[in-house]
Structure formats: C-alpha cells, structure tokens
Write a protein that binds this ligand. Structure first.
Ligand SMILES: Cc1cc2nc3c(=O)[nH]c(=O)nc-3n(C[C@H](O)[C@H](O)[C@H](O)COP(=O)(O)O)c2cc1C
Length: 324
C-alpha cells in the first residue's frame, strides 16, 4: 500500500485521482473509482442545472459509501453558468472534496472551507500553483503539456513542471497529464508528487459512460494522434486528431477568427461523439497518454494494476539497480 500526504489528508486508499471530465464524470464512473479505492470526481458542469448536480451526487451515494469529489471548472465565458449555485449544491449535498480548475479558485474558497470541504486546485504552471497555495487550497494538481484538455500556453512537460512545482509548494501535489500506468505513478512520486490525476486512462475503462467506439479509438491511437486546437487564440485545448480538429487547426492557421470555428468546436458536438461513437461528429478531449493505452479494463482492475505495478517498481526493480 502506498501512503502519501495526499492519501492521508484526503482519506483515500490509493494516491490516484480521476480528474473532472466533461460529459464523462458521472455517477457510474465516479462510484466505480471510489469503490476501487481511488478518488473520483463528478463533473459539475456536465449537469444542466445545480439541481441536476445534487441529484447526480445522490445517485453516486447510492452506488458507493466511499469518498468522492466534484470538479468545478470555472472558465471565463460570455454567459457563465451559475457557478455560485453549483457550489451551493455541492455544499448542501455534503460532498467533502472539490477539484477546481480553469481560473483562480479564491472567490469560492471561503464558502467551501466553511463547509469543511477540501479543495484541490488544478493548474498548468508553477506561478498558478504557487498562487493557489497562497490563497489557501488544500492540494494542488499540476497538469503537464501532455494532458488532455487545457494544457495552458507555456508548453512545459510534466518531467520539468512537476518537480518545479513540487519544490515550491508545501501542500500535497497531484501530478497529471500523461499518466496511465504504474510506471507513471512511481515516476510521479519520484518527481516529488503525492499522487496522480488521470483523465484519458479512466476514459478508456469499462465503466466510462462513452460509446465503445471511442474506447477502441483510444486503444488504436498513438501518442501522436492528438491536435492542439485554438492555439492562436491562446485558449489551447488538446483533443483527438480527427477531421474536425484538423479543420479547426487549418482554419485558424489561415488567420480565421473564432467565429469561423465556433460551430466546429461546440461542446454539444463533442458530446455527440461520446454518445453515438461517431468519431468525426465534433472535437473530443483526449491526451497523449492514449499512446500508452492498449486495453479497456474495469476501473477496479485498472487501479489495482497501477498501484501493484508502482509498488513492484519501488520495492523490487528500482532497489535492484542500486549497488549499495
Ligand atoms: C474527456 C475529458 C474531459 C475533460 N474535461 C475536463 C473538465 O471539464 N474540467 C477539468 O478540469 N478537466 C477536464 N479534463 C482534464 C482531466 O481532468 C485531467 O486533468 C487530464 O485528463 C489529465 O491528463 P491525461 O488525460 O493525460 O490523464 C478532461 C479530460 C478528458 C479526457
């Protein structure tokens, strides 16, 4: 059993987190992750209203009595969702762990902390990690350039970003971006992290509520098969390479404005991919970790394998390399 400051502080068996995933972080997956002894996150904005989120939290509770969290992604948009009401729904539902991402969590911290909720803020740079600790978060997740979704604009891969952040922080650190197996977990711990957060690997499990064709596409894909869209707009997102994402990259490279790609990148189209398995229906989020994935295990088997392999590496393979 691997114990870290993260497992101790958050009361979770294994130092493994399933990060928020739009359209994917729903009750069946999150409960399976909790039952496997890891920390799953419901994704607040996958639910159309705060009331629907409260209902999804209830549904998850029916499936597990182990701890789980909720991801609250706070993105600056023209018509923002009612973040405060989502936050209130989380608080009133008695959830004890929240993952924030997207922008500074400070406005949400007093209410969350007053309710006894521990906050993990996920960010993509050392400066934002340090800022998050200063404003009082309980742990920091640090997403390297490898990650699915928003890697930021600095393009620093985890191998440098994780230790660079860890050496500046006092709170527990979760490494994310590119982790998919026990080697990754052992490496993250060696780099100074207290655990890992994974998205892509959990997306390709039996319990992930997405069409089987999506999972098979991840198994077939290599680490080269992602695109970074919206780069010229400084709102980079790593998604699967498909007809739509390549079209977005090409249009923007030719100088197109956001209006000319808006319809292509619509979230509703990405949701259609997950629901129908039509892989070219829109852009859908996936990371370079897909190059390390070649099966569709149950969450239970996946978490057991990752932790057992990491323990084996730490206890056997690595010590055997040392000529003491
Ligand atoms: C399908 C999908 C949807 C995601 N949606 C969100 C989201 O809504 N909010 C968020 O903070 N992170 C989101 N992420 C990022 C993950 O929480 C995590 O940070 C990332 O996947 C880590 O990189 P990895 O995919 O290499 O493991 C998403 C990832 C995936 C694969």
């Amino acid at each position: 059993m691997i114990r870290t400051r993260f497992t101790e502080t958050f009361g979770v068996e294994h130092p493994v987190v399933q990060g928020g995933m739009q359209w994917v972080g729903r009750a069946p997956l999150v409960a399976a992750v909790a039952e496997a002894g890891a920390l799953g996150m419901l994704t607040a904005l996958t639910q159309p209203t705060p009331e629907a989120l409260a209902e999804e939290i209830r549904r998850t509770r029916e499936l597990t009595d182990r701890p789980f969290g909720v991801n609250l992604t706070i993105l600056p948009t023209i018509t923002p969702p009612p973040y405060d009401e989502y936050r209130q729904a989380i608080i009133e539902s008695g959830v004890r762990i929240v993952e924030t991402a997207g922008s500074n969590p400070a406005p949400h911290l007093p209410a969350l902390h007053a309710a006894g909720i521990k906050v993990i803020h996920k960010c993509t740079s050392v400066r934002h990690a340090v800022k998050a600790e200063q404003v009082g978060v309980d742990a920091v997740g640090i997403d390297g350039f490898e990650c699915a979704g928003h890697p930021g604009e600095d393009d620093i891969a985890g191998l440098v970003l994780i230790p660079a952040a860890a050496r500046r922080l006092s709170v527990p650190v979760l490494a994310s971006g590119g982790f998919a197996d026990g080697r990754g977990l052992a490496a993250a711990l060696a780099l100074g992290a207290d655990g890992i957060t994974m998205g892509t690997r959990f997306l390709c499990t039996q319990e992930a509520p997405v069409h089987d064709k999506v999972k098979q596409a991840i198994v077939a894909a290599t680490e080269n098969d992602t695109e970074l869209i919206l780069r010229p707009l400084r709102n980079t997102s790593r998604v699967a390479s498909n007809r739509v994402s390549r079209e977005v990259v090409e249009r923007l490279a030719r100088g197109a404005a956001f209006e000319e790609v808006r319809e292509l990148v619509a979230g509703a189209r990405g949701r259609t991919v997950f629901e129908t398995g039509d892989l070219d229906a829109g852009v859908w989020t996936v990371g370079t970790a897909q190059g390390l994935i070649d099966d569709i295990p149950s969450v239970r088997d996946l978490v057991a394998r990752i932790t057992a392999d990491a323990e084996d590496l730490i206890l056997k393979r690595l010590p055997a390399l040392v000529d003491a």
